[in-house]
Write a protein that binds this ligand. Structure first.
Ligand code: EPU
Length: 428
């Protein structure tokens, strides 16, 4: 067990390369189950979720080869092994194993992680979709059991716009009989990425990226090669870091269109943001204006960037309101930012950030992935050294974090936890 240490206050300069999208990767790897021959996925981020999912594919009889940023998946010998417990419970995105295994084997048993750090995260819309396709779904001791004699296309209206439900229903429907229509579908770029992989495998999907997706079922899907889109949340995080401390930072290997909501908020604050072909150049200013931020489904401001953006707002010259309309309890980072001297008040789904405070290095704990990102941003801005525990959360989503930040001139390193800190982690 390690902690992350950051000596703040260093101006950052240079170029940072963005990895492949985590939230695509965690869906694309299970999607390979649906193929009958080898699937190769390139541009994978070097994060722990990728290793966990590759391990799960091996548990169900597949074989995988992971080297650098490429994963080769051989699905030929996979079978419908139930996974009610074990590593499947380490990440929420294991829920994509449900759609993929149901689509391929007509049955699945997948354990799910329990209470989550962002507040309630129901999967009722996923279940509603599977049932509409003809599956019988039961929940026994924290695992979801799915079974269908056959899957038949259906018209499914999502009551809540959900990335996970949209992708999961696509996975279950690509081999169903007839046509499936998903209405009120989510429009995130990761959905288009999954649809692109499935289409390369031979699926027939129209409308991914709009709110109506039409899928005509096919009997067979083959292997293919696919390169993952850049991670817009990792990119957004580095843009925020550049806005906080950057003398001139190029965030490279991005799709600028995916980053418009964060780019325009940064411009509103007075940051110089220049979108180029596949990079964004950012130069910060010493005075930043306060702005209000409301998270929305894509193309609105991403909830995943709300936490790191809140850290940046502590530097602005006035008061800002941050409202998360997607997750009601995504404010676990606020107490930690307060330990660093931030003046922030949470009321319901909103946080009132009184800017203009210089953060001070402190001992803080990352309660979830993006809370961790918020603390990294804060640590880079703060005076003195910030010690962040809960690093495993950060490692789930940020590949080569220290290397990338050191490349920009940050002073960041890891140390093992001492006995007292280990005790604290165990009891938390
Ligand atoms: N919701 C329901 N019922 C459902 C599904 C979702 O009520 O069946 C609600 C959720 O509670 C939430 C909203 O709908 O309020 C949106 O949830 P969504 O299903 O879109 O989220 P998700 O698919 O579980 C993905 C990302 C999250 C990201 C959200 C929102 C993955 C693996 N995760 O989650 O990413 O915050 O979309 O964009 O793609 C992260 O990267 O840190 C992360 C948490």
């Amino acid at each position: 067990m390690e902690k992350l240490l950051i000596e703040g206050g260093h101006p950052l300069e240079g170029t940072v390369q963005i990895s492949g999208a985590k939230n695509s990767a965690v869906a694309l790897i299970p999607a390979a189950i649906l193929a009958d021959s080898t699937v190769t996925i390139d541009n994978l981020p070097d994060i722990s979720d990728v290793e966990t999912l590759a391990y799960l594919l091996e548990e169900i009889g597949g074989s995988t080869e992971l080297s650098d940023d490429t994963l080769v998946i051989h699905p030929e010998n996979m079978f419908s092994m139930p996974l009610p417990n074990g590593r499947v419970k380490k990440l929420r995105a294991s829920y994509y194993m449900m759609g993929a295994m149901l689509g391929k084997f007509k049955k699945a048993a997948i354990g799910l992680p329990g209470g989550c750090n962002l507040g309630p995260r129901p999967i009722d819309q996923h279940i509603k979709g599977f049932e509409a396709l003809g599956a019988k779904v039961t929940n026994e001791q924290g695992a979801i059991y799915l079974q269908a004699d056959e899957l038949v296309g259906a018209r499914i209206y999502l009551d809540v716009v959900s990335v996970g439900a949209t992708i999961n229903i696509m996975l279950a429907a690509v081999k169903a009989k007839g046509q499936t229509v998903i209405e009120n579908a989510a429009k995130e770029p990761e959905i288009i990425d999954v649809a692109t992989l499935l289409t390369s495998m031979g699926a027939n999907i129209k409308g991914a990226g709009t709110n109506v997706i039409r899928i005509d079922g096919v009997d067979k899907l083959n292997g293919c090669r696919h390169s993952i889109i850049p991670d817009r949340i990792e990119a957004g995080t580095y843009m925020i870091i550049a806005a906080a401390m950057g003398k001139g930072v190029t965030v490279d290997n991005v799709i600028p269109l995916h980053l418009e909501s964060v780019s325009s908020k940064l411009r509103e604050m007075g940051v110089h943001v220049e979108a180029r072909d596949d990079s964004i150049y950012i130069e910060s200013h010493s005075v930043l204006s306060p702005v209000d931020v409301k998270t929305l489904v894509y193309p609105g401001f991403a909830t995943d960037l709300q936490q790191p953006f809140t850290s940046l707002l502590t530097k602005s010259d006035g008061s800002s309101i941050v409202t998360d309309t997607i997750y009601s309890a995504r404010f676990k980072h606020i107490d930690e930012l307060r330990r660093m001297g931030a003046s922030i008040k949470v009321e319901g789904r909103s946080a009132l950030v009184n800017g203009g405070t210089r953060l001070q290095g402190a001992k803080v704990r990352a309660s979830d992935l993006r809370a961790g990102a918020a603390l990294v941003v804060a640590g880079l801005m703060a005076e003195g050294v910030t010690e962040i525990t809960g690093v495993t959360h950060i490692d789930r989503g940020y590949a080569f974090l220290e290397e990338k930040l050191k490349g920009l001139g940050a002073n960041i390193w890891r140390e093992p936890l001492n006995a007292e800190e280990l005790e604290e982690v165990k009891s938390s």
